[in-house]
Ligand binder design. Structure first.
Ligand SMILES: *[C@@H]1O[C@H](CO)[C@@H](O)[C@H](O)[C@H]1NC(C)=O
Ligand SMILES: *[C@@H]1O[C@H](CO)[C@@H](O)[C@H](O)[C@H]1NC(C)=O
Ligand SMILES: *[C@@H]1O[C@H](CO)[C@@H](O)[C@H](O)[C@H]1NC(C)=O
Ligand SMILES: *[C@@H]1O[C@H](CO)[C@@H](O)[C@H](O)[C@H]1NC(C)=O
Ligand SMILES: *[C@@H]1O[C@H](CO)[C@@H](O)[C@H](O)[C@H]1NC(C)=O
Ligand SMILES: *[C@@H]1O[C@H](CO)[C@@H](O)[C@H](O)[C@H]1NC(C)=O
Ligand SMILES: *[C@@H]1O[C@H](CO)[C@@H](O)[C@H](O)[C@H]1NC(C)=O
Ligand SMILES: *[C@@H]1O[C@H](CO)[C@@H](O)[C@H](O)[C@H]1NC(C)=O
Ligand SMILES: *[C@@H]1O[C@H](CO)[C@@H](O)[C@H](O)[C@H]1NC(C)=O
Ligand SMILES: *[C@@H]1O[C@H](CO)[C@@H](O)[C@H](O)[C@H]1NC(C)=O
Length: 591
């Protein structure tokens, strides 16, 4: 039996409230979930297949404001949000097994959840949706029509994206949600839906519409249809196999500020009708087949912050007019067929944070002028282009520069000296760029200040026996390093030294006194000339997951300490006569 609160507590609460001199300010009342809301949520629960027991907290014995995924208004106690997404990716970026996600039917009586503003069920495995489940097993005095059901709905945000097998019916139910501002249906097959265009034009408050990968194909608005919307600001129609005819009507959505049309079948030139969208802040046209030159008129967008044109067939020079995009923060024109040099006008973009021009046929001299006002620059991608750096030796690079992609850049054999002056770098990738000459002290000092350092596939040499490494990810493979092994700070997690000429014992690297919090997980030292016995120092390296020592001249037996590595999944050994293989079941491969 529940005991009622003592009178003393009430008196105390009353005193607290009254002492505000304004009883209206008193918010100390205990919030309880509304009965109608609770009932509606239980109807929802009945339709759900819940393999992991996510809804086990949903019991009539507890307050529904405490149920997982339920948000209540903290004054009225009415349910305002329901958020039960299934995380799509696991830690390693793999697809989640959908069998762990919620399935079944979305039966949610919106007429009962009168104050619901936000419904987020993305990335689950639901098969059907009914926001007016009159036939559901619940206590309704009379059945209602969908119009009646939904017209009072205050729903603002609806996200049911990536429920890949969800049947959404004829979509007409969405038109009964008059307050809807944001609608995400990405990943749902809408290819037989002729009504989808009306979502843009007939939902009075719609501001954001995401229909990525909905197999819309070429369902265009019927001839004579007048496409217009004064509320739509953000539209994503990526990966739908549209062709350029769609610009005829998309260009009429003049309220748009964000337009994403990646991965369609656009060819030829970008139609200049797009210029009617004067308020654009971002334009995404990546992964299409646009050809010819990048139009000069793109320079006219006063508010454009983000321009994505990567992976198309654009050729010719980069237009100098892009230097007029004074609001630009991000530009990616990589992986095209652009030639000529990097225009100096881009050096005027004082808000620019990311400059991605790699994988083109650009050839050019890069001088201080190219960086003149790039005070905000954080990232450059000059991969796979021809560059000659002509920078004064006391020129100071942009102070925020932290990410440098120069994979496969053709820039001569000398490591660009301006990089040495970067204070703290997060990421450097100069892999496969034919570098042979470095200033060793500065080079390893820069490496220690860098989180990820990839200088693989070059011609860099030198003895590392007096070098210590401090990057979380360091890739020195396929170079000409020789002599003894470097030492590692506990921070190093991924170390690839494969295919160099390191020689001598592994002891300097493995047995150097270390604390036990070493993060090293991946170690590849294959294809070197390491010799001697494997030292019994593996106990220092409890994070090891992958070890490759193949193609060396190591001898002796596998040391006992290898057996203590509890995270180990793979241990590749050189071809040799190991006397003892007393390991727990492991994937052991001989190379
Ligand atoms: C009630 O919710 C509002 C906004 O949702 C929040 O700012 C406020 O701090 C909450 N008050 C209490 C007492 O939790
Ligand atoms: C329907 O109402 C009855 C009594 O009013 C109650 O016992 C029952 O739990 C209700 N069913 C649902 C699904 O809310
Ligand atoms: C686009 O708008 C123009 C008027 O600005 C109109 O003549 C044309 O029919 C519209 N096109 C579509 C497809 O709605
Ligand atoms: C662009 O592609 C179209 C076919 O889609 C072709 O007719 C045209 O010649 C191409 N233009 C250029 C400059 O490559
Ligand atoms: C845009 O840039 C071009 C070339 O950089 C320049 O000639 C032109 O005057 C600029 N237009 C505006 C409106 O600033
Ligand atoms: C360069 O771009 C082409 C397509 O334009 C692509 O096939 C290739 O993979 C890209 N190279 C890299 C390293 O990204
Ligand atoms: C760029 O390529 C075009 C052909 O696509 C060629 O006519 C032009 O001369 C090239 N320009 C430069 C600077 O290489
Ligand atoms: C090693 O890395 C840590 C963490 O990133 C950093 O704080 C430290 O300054 C680095 N050491 C040197 C000598 O650069
Ligand atoms: C460097 O770039 C290449 C090519 O894009 C990529 O394969 C490699 O993983 C990159 N290295 C790092 C450390 O990201
Ligand atoms: C080793 O590196 C050289 C270049 O230094 C390269 O030609 C060779 O293919 C690499 N071998 C292996 C097995 O990766």
């Amino acid at each position: 039996m529940a005991t009622s609160p003592s009178p003393a507590i009430f008196l105390f609460l009353w005193f607290l409230c009254a002492s505000n001199f304004n009883l209206g300010l008193c918010t100390l009342k205990v919030i309880h979930c509304n009965k109608n809301d609770q009932q509606a949520l239980l109807v929802f629960k009945q339709g759900v297949v819940d393999p992991t027991g996510l809804l086990s907290s949903w019991s009539i014995h507890s307050d529904c404001c405490q149920w997982s995924g339920v948000q209540c208004d903290n004054i009225t106690g009415r349910v305002t949000g329901l958020s039960l997404p299934c995380p799509y990716y696991d830690y390693y970026g793999n697809y989640y097994d959908k069998s762990k996600c919620l399935g079944g039917q979305i039966n949610l009586p919106l007429f009962q959840l009168e104050f619901l503003e936000s419904l987020d069920l993305k990335e689950n495995d639901f098969k059907g949706i009914d926001l007016c489940p009159t036939h559901a097993n619940h206590n309704l005095s009379r059945p209602m029509s969908p119009q009646e059901c939904e017209k009072f709905s205050k729903l603002l945000n609806l996200d049911i994206s990536y429920n890949n097998d969800l049947h959404v019916g004829d979509l007409l139910w969405i038109f009964h949600l008059p307050s809807l501002k944001s609608l995400h249906l990405s990943g749902i097959d809408l290819h037989i839906q002729n009504h989808w265009v009306r979502l843009m034009t007939e939902l009075p408050s719609i501001s954001e519409l995401r229909l990525r990968n909905c197999q819309l194909g070429n369902i265009h608005p019927p001839l004579g249809w007048y496409v217009h919307s004064s509320s739509l600001q953000s539209l994503d129609l990526s990966y739908n196999f549209f062709d350029s005819r769609m610009f005829k009507w998309v260009s009429n959505l003049t309220s748009l500020s964000h337009l994403t049309l990646e991965g369609n079948h656009f060819r030829g030139q970008i139609p200049d009708t797009v210029l009617r969208l004067r308020n654009l802040k971002s334009l995404g046209l990546a992964y299409n087949e646009f050809n010819g030159s990048i139009p000069e008129w793109l320079g006219q967008y006063e508010f454009l912050e983000r321009l994505d044109l990567f992976v198309n067939l654009f050729s010719g020079p980069i237009p100098t007019t892009l230097g007029n995009l004074s609001s630009l923060i991000f530009i990616d024109i990589s992986a095209n067929l652009l030639n000529g040099s990097l225009p100096e006008s881009l050096g005027k973009l004082s808000n620019l944070e990311e400059l991605r021009v790699g994988n083109n046929s650009l050839v050019g001299v890069i001088s201080e002028n190219n960086f003149a006002k790039l005070w905000s620059l954080e990232l450059i991608d000059f991969s796979e282009i021809n560059i000659v750096f002509d920078l004064d030796s006391n020129w100071a690079p942009p102070i925020h520069l932290k990410f440098i992609h120069m994979y496969g850049a053709i820039m001569g054999s000398i490591f660009p000296s301006w990089l040495y002056s970067l204070g703290s770098l997060h990421y450097l990738n100069v892999s496969s760029s034919k570098i042979s000459s470095i200033d060793p002290d500065k080079f390893w000092s820069l490496a220690r200040r860098t989180y990820a350092y990839d200088v693989s596939n070059n011609l860099i040499g030198g003895d590392l026996s007096n070098v210590w490494l401090n990057s979380s990810w360091i890739d020195l493979r396929n170079n000409k390093f020789k002599g003894g092994l470097p030492r590692l700070s506990p921070k190093v997690a991924i170390l690839n030294l494969a295919n160099n000429s390191f020689s001598g014992s592994m002891a300097p690297l493995l047995c150097h006194p270390m604390n036990r919090r070493n993060k090293l997980a991946f170690l590849d030292m294959s294809h070197n000339q390491l010799s001697g016995e494997l030292p019994d120092c593996f106990a220092n390296w409890q994070s090891l997951v992958y070890v490759n020592l193949g193609n060396n001249m190591l001898t002796g037996k596998i040391p006992d300490s290898v057996g203590s590595l509890s995270a180990l999944q793979s241990f590749h050994l050189p071809k040799m006569n190991f006397l003892e293989l007393s390991l727990r079941p492991l994937k052991i491969a001989e190379t």
